[in-house]
Write a protein that binds this ligand. Sequence first.
Ligand code: ACM
Length: 483
Amino acid sequence: MKIYYIFLLLLFVVLPLSAQVNVIPQPNKIEYHKGSCPLKTPITYITDNSIPSKEGYELIVQPKKIILKFSSKAGKFYAEQTLAQLIFQAEQESKKVLPCLSIIDAPRFSYRALMIDPARHYWKVEDIKKYIDVMAQYKLNYLHLHLNDDQGWRIEIKKYPKLTEVGAKRTDFEGSKRNNEGYYTQEEMKNLVAYGLERNVQLVPEFDMPGHNDATVAAYPFLSCNDTIITVRTTSGVSKNLLCVGKEKVFSFIDDVITELSTIFPCTYFHIGGDEAPMDKWQESKEVRTLKNKENLKDDSQLMSYFFEKVNTSLLKNGKQPLIWMELDVPVYPKNSIMYLWRINTTKQVLERAKKDNFKLICSPGEYAYFDYPQAKDDLPNVNWMPTLPLEKVLLFNPGFNLSKEEEKQYILGVEATLWGESVKDLFRAFYMTYPRALALSEVGWTQMPQRSWQAFVDRLEGQLSYLWHQGVNYRVPVELAN
Ligand code: ACM
């Protein structure tokens, strides 16, 4: 009798455990079955329109069959990513077989993004492609490109050539005397958009405004309130040279830029910035005073709302929906906006505001999702003044907060990690800051809470670090986990 129990224990406990697979993000449902399947087994692809999520898929491994089911190209791509991870694991463990199992999987959130900042330090097209390759296999599906800032303008706009002739060049940064120069031609960017789409990654452009525009004003001084002559900014920080809300020709410029960008980026989402825009120069401007009287704007904060409404007109004309870094002191945003939760310690107020104004949110809070923050104290030179963001903290993030299921569906579109680029001079550093934290972020965006735990993530991490290693990705070794 005892032997019988031991046999049962082996069958139901040890067997499934030994078959544990290292997939990231953790699939939402896995069932292990008896038996194994040779690695070289041909794959059967089955379109199944009853799979409700476009990104969802089923993966069935049987003794003589591997079946992938999906209802769209995205689901097929994700089924293949999961299978590739299973095959890599088997090969690493010197096995010639896969465990028999069935996976039924679909994402928790539709928006799962990383943001990069080529404005601060230009990225070569090839490097962005490598970055896309790696994120795509973890089912991250949007890459947000921060294309302009005080320190650089990085996309060709045919009607305004000086944006790149002047705005894409900088001779120094923080006293390093290092040139930074480069921009994407429209052809290059279209090619990059297509490259992303083949991997289920949509590129989201950001034209940050009205603040963060020194490079823009350096190229075209008429865009500022007092036609300020400046150079592209060579230090970090927040500039006061806003695009001028009081000039109609500023809105014509914005309309032209949005129209050209809309021919490059098919994605409906279009980021229009909105962060860190001190209004000092607006307040001093004669044109802005005239506008306030004409539009009967009593409070200066209404100027910001007026600005975004006008920009939104251009977006609507081009079939786009605004994404905006939310600032709590802006009283009204366009009704169709999707707002970013980003500032540290503002979650409660932003959630209240989302409910009041019926906005959807992209969750990118500094506490959990700012990948420019170091992963440990003393890990890197010159960034110890920043908070640290350890891997475990990213994994523990729940973008559902304490909302009900219905509220989560109504208010939360997804998650995004931001890799601000002041200290990110090359792809080597970018990968170091991104991985392994993006593995945790992918799980935050994809996997339902009951299927997530820190320990289960750690158990799968080593295999995934090996996967990254084989692809030449420079991740940070999470040394604090060694014991
Ligand atoms: C931001 O971190 N300035 C959005």
